[in-house]
Design a protein around this ligand. Structure first.
Ligand code: TA6
Length: 292
């Protein structure tokens, strides 16, 4: 289906001339970049923007966009054997193809993008694959990444839907849903630590919560809202905020912007990485809703 068949969606030339899709229906508005296959904005009806995008983000081919929901695939973090390869894989650096857009009976819009191997991806990772990214834009935002092994060798992958949420003021925010779970603290030499109670966003955080399949809630008193973050096909959750010092070393994040963001990421990382047999597929999904 082409965009003209779906009146709720308009293609446009976004920041930096990157191809984007504007979605507007009775339930919500969204902005999706084909570059990266990345949702950049989601505003449910009657609400404020839910996602964070840095004012200093690059909007340039070859550079990731800082914010929204980047797709990290086929590896999360630095490449295990070659640190010269792109951080968090290449999916967020490629232009995805729009394959379908429909209005669902609920009134939400479903947009489907696809990415398959190309000379560019094969130079970084010599494997055929098919990624389908299905985004449902409505009173909830659901993003589902289906990864399929279209080759003849097993594919070892790690991945994340690296969601950036917009906050009133991080230091006043707390996250529930992780109580009593162990996390790997990447800021403490991967120390395994038990989360006790709610997680306060008042310092640098870079943690991999283990065996976490349930939902998290972001409690934001300044914006007077809670954001529910659900997921499927994932038993690892990364929570990240670079805080002040690390932010200073990041060219694409303003010095104060860490106060207005937190990442809660539906992941398949570390022990939760997925190896796909030939023809096998796996879906990693995340879903958000605003609650008052
Ligand atoms: O998800 C947390 C993390 O892996 C951090 O270690 C941090 O560096 C972040 O992602 C952002 O990575 P990026 O490559 O987008 O700068």
């Amino acid at each position: 289906m082409t965009s003209s068949e779906h009146p709720a969606m308009q293609p446009l030339s976004g920041k930096g001339g990157l191809p984007m899709l504007e979605v507007a229906n009775e339930q919500a508005k969204a902005l999706i970049s084909l570059y990266g296959g990345q949702v950049l904005s989601w505003v449910p009806r009657g609400e404020e923007e839910v996602l964070f995008v840095s004012e200093r983000s690059h909007f340039t081919a070859g550079q990731p966009i800082r914010g929204g929901v980047p797709v990290c695939w086929p590896w999360f973090g630095p490449h295990a054997a070659d640190p010269g390869k792109p951080m968090h894989g290449f999916a967020r650096l490629m232009t995805w193809q729009l394959t379908s857009s429909v209005t669902l009976p609920s009134g939400a819009s479903r947009i489907e993008l696809m990415l398959t191997e190309s000379p560019e991806t094969l130079a970084l990772w010599p494997h055929p694959f098919r990624l389908v990214l299905r985004m449902e834009v409505g009173s909830h935002l659901r993003i589902a990444l289906t990864m399929e092994n279209t080759g003849e060798e097993p594919l070892a992958t790690t991945s994340a839907l690296h969601s950036y949420f917009r906050l009133g003021e991080a230091a006043h925010v707390h996250i529930t849903g992780l109580d009593d779970t162990f996390y790997i603290d990447t800021l403490q030499q991967d120390l395994h630590t038990l989360q006790r109670g709610k997680l306060q966003v008042n310092q640098e955080i870079n943690r991999i919560y283990l065996d976490t399949a349930g939902l998290c809630m972001i409690h934001d008193p300044l914006l007077e809202r809670q954001i529910m973050v659900k997921k499927e096909g994932s038993r690892s959750t990364v929570v990240w905020n670079p805080w002040s010092e690390r932010s200073r070393s990041m060219a694409d994040l303003g010095p104060e912007e860490y106060q207005h963001m937190v990442c809660i990421e539906a992941c398949n990382v570390r022990h939760d990485g997925r190896t796909l047999a030939p023809s096998a597929s796996h879906t990693l999904a995340t879903e958000f809703a605003v609650i008052h």
